[in-house]
Design a protein around this ligand. Structure first.
Ligand code: CO
Length: 432
């Protein structure tokens, strides 16, 4: 395994939720000399400068500002993944024999892939501490729960296609009845606080299985949450590489893409706009100068894409069929569910060509609806020329997804070249 995929798998293993991913990103930013700006305080910015902002502990925007700021080159990826969210008081007796935990679906996962494998619990807990409500990251990083499937002998139609009911089929087994086991007791022990001081919780089930690189020549990488931590990781590595900047480099890792982005910290919030306006204001720019900067800016929305499937190639488009290790996937959609247009595709393809990174195309099969991405959502708040890209993967929204082992490095190289590019819009065309 090369260092890049080892780093990716370490990052994923340490990031079971968006809260943990944001925390790990923040640690890397601090180690690289970035300074935190708090939304609840005044911002003082000097040039050149390295800053970052965190909202809700789960979305991060970092800015690497050169001597002169006249535009932004941004990447955006999402840090959340489909999972099961535990209820506030989740314990539920069953069959007079068991305690299960009550869950709600977060996003749209392939349910069967979550069954019959040990699961941990991770997220954040708000604790009463010296008269304050203090948020703590928590991770019960051990084999604690399991969602058992029904034996084939009891359900002979189990292999004929099955509808999974989140209220019936997906509740994890926690303990044997009569032991009076409570999740809060485990949380209190982990956090070193009294059980009654736990005020509230936002906890997800998480797969503890570590990712791996596999295949005769290590062609493939499989892990939980490759959608979209592979893009988050690659963009972060590119962002932190030393380089000469012509424009401000901006790295965005957003929460809540899997549930539609309409949260205070999601792509469909004011977060990105608030950060860019406040940076512009802190630099003493007028509102007209801010608009000029936006017109000189470019955003790459990076979210994984569907590779053509080995057993089901019929789900892919006839022409645009991304393959694993085929390089950056540029996503197109006539109805603009992806924001790529001819100009943004040309600009980014040129960046990739100069960086020696191959590109391929994705469109949904015309009669199959695909997903939406953060790109067109954030653009409804901040209008910047943009395109949607991703890395090809299989089994999207499985608990354990598969991608190409070479593609992580392709995105790092492409994003680093993008951040360092001399992008400039002129009346005669765009300089890259
Ligand atoms: Co995604």
């Amino acid at each position: 395994m090369n260092d890049i995929n080892r780093g990716l798998l370490d990052f994923i293993a340490a990031s079971p939720t968006a809260f943990h991913a944001a925390d790990n990103i923040e640690k890397e930013l601090i180690a690289a000399g970035f300074e935190r700006l708090c939304e609840g305080h005044d911002w003082h910015i000097t040039l050149p400068g390295k800053y970052y902002v965190v909202r809700n502990g789960s979305s991060v925007i970092a800015l690497d500002l050169p001597e002169k700021v006249d535009g932004f080159l941004l990447t955006a990826a999402h840090a959340d993944s489909p999972s099961f969210r535990l209820r506030e008081k989740p314990e539920l007796e069953s069959a007079g024999a068991y305690t299960r935990l009550s869950v709600e679906k977060y996003g749209g996962m392939l349910c069967s892939t979550w069954m019959d494998r040990p699961l941990g619990v991770a997220g954040r807990v708000v604790v009463r501490e010296n008269g304050r409500a203090v948020t703590k990251l928590v991770w019960l990083d051990r084999d604690l729960l399991l969602i058992p499937s029904v034996a084939i002998h009891m359900d002979r139609s189990a292999n004929d296609g099955k509808a999974f009911n989140a209220n019936e089929d997906m509740l994890p087994l926690f303990a044997v009845s009569g032991e009076n086991m409570r999740l809060d007791a485990l949380l209190a022990k982990e956090l070193g606080c009294a059980e009654e001081d736990i005020l509230s919780r936002e906890l997800n089930l998480c797969l503890r299985e570590r990712g791996c690189v596999w295949g005769p020549e290590g062609e493939f990488v499989s892990a939980p949450q490759l959608d979209d931590l592979q893009c988050v990781y690659a963009c972060l590595k590119a962002f932190l590489q030393p380089k000469t900047l012509h424009k401000a480099a901006v790295f965005c890792a957003m929460d809540n893409e899997e549930v539609g982005s309409k949260t205070r910290q999601g792509a469909d919030s004011s977060f990105l706009e608030d950060v860019l306006i406040r940076v512009s204001d802190a630099l003493g720019k007028t509102r007209a100068q801010y608009r000029t900067m936006l017109a000189q800016s470019f955003m790459v929305s990076a979210d994984n894409a569907h590779a053509v499937h080995p057993n089901h190639p019929e789900y892919a488009d006839r022409v645009d069929r991304p393959v694993l290790n085929g390089g950056i996937v540029i996503k197109y959609n006539a109805n603009q569910r992806y924001i790529t247009d001819a100009v943004s595709a040309a600009v980014f393809s040129e960046v990739c060509r100069k960086a020696g990174v191959p590109v391929q195309r994705y469109t949904n099969r015309p009669d199959i609806h695909g997903g939406v991405t953060m790109g067109n959502i954030s653009l409804s708040h901040v209008s910047i020329r943009s395109l949607d890209v991703g890395l090809a993967q299989l089994a999207m929204h499985s608990a354990y997804e598969t991608a190409g082992a070479r593609d992580t490095e392709y995105l790092i190289r492409a994003a680093a070249a993008f951040f360092g590019s001399a992008y400039c819009v002129t009346p005669d065309g765009i300089e890259i």
